[in-house]
Design a protein around this ligand. Structure first.
Ligand code: TYD
Length: 143
């Protein structure tokens, strides 16, 4: 298994819906691998913008397109992959230290993001070269 496979995970939740409609439940530490400290959502983006373009040294995330679709490109400095988020029962789990770009938002896209941490600008790496250097230094330390 490649390292990226250990850093990201596709999640699929049950639909508890009935004749009244659908219901999906995501509980911290149960349906996702962390306690939820923060929720934010992105809407009103379109297919001309790229969001994200950063890595977080501490935060873990689960991304869910609760409405519409988007694509997420994940990258660990050695490998990258693109995932289409296209249904409300699907989540993309990202461990810390994964670089991510979100793009190709459909006009109705609402991208819900659950996070393991409160917002802290100091844990963001927003420069890709700096990210590569950081990942390299992490690898050296782990040796
Ligand atoms: P940004 O990180 O650029 O959003 P995205 O990852 O979707 O591209 O965040 C935009 C602005 O919002 C920036 O000034 C930081 C602020 N922000 C918070 O204050 N709290 C948060 O939880 C997030 C995600 C962003």
């Amino acid at each position: 298994m490649s390292k990226l496979d250990e850093q990201i995970k596709l999640l699929e939740w049950e639909d508890l819906g009935d004749e009244r409609g659908n219901l999906v439940v995501v509980e911290g530490n149960m349906d996702i691998p962390f306690e939820i400290k923060r929720v934010f959502y992105i809407y009103g983006s379109d297919d001309t913008v790229v969001r994200g373009q950063h890595a977080n040294m501490r935060s873990e995330f689960v991304m869910i397109n609760v409405c519409g679709t988007s694509r997420v490109k994940v990258d660990n400095g050695e490998e990258s992959r693109t995932i289409e988020l296209n249904r409300p029962r699907m989540g993309l789990y990202l461990k810390n230290n994964v670089w991510k770009d979100m793009y190709d938002f459909s006009p109705d896209s609402i991208l819900l993001v659950l996070s393991s941490e409160h917002y802290d600008n100091a844990e963001y790496i927003r420069d890709y070269q700096e990210y590569l250097n950081y990942m390299k230094s992490m690898k050296e330390t782990a040796k």
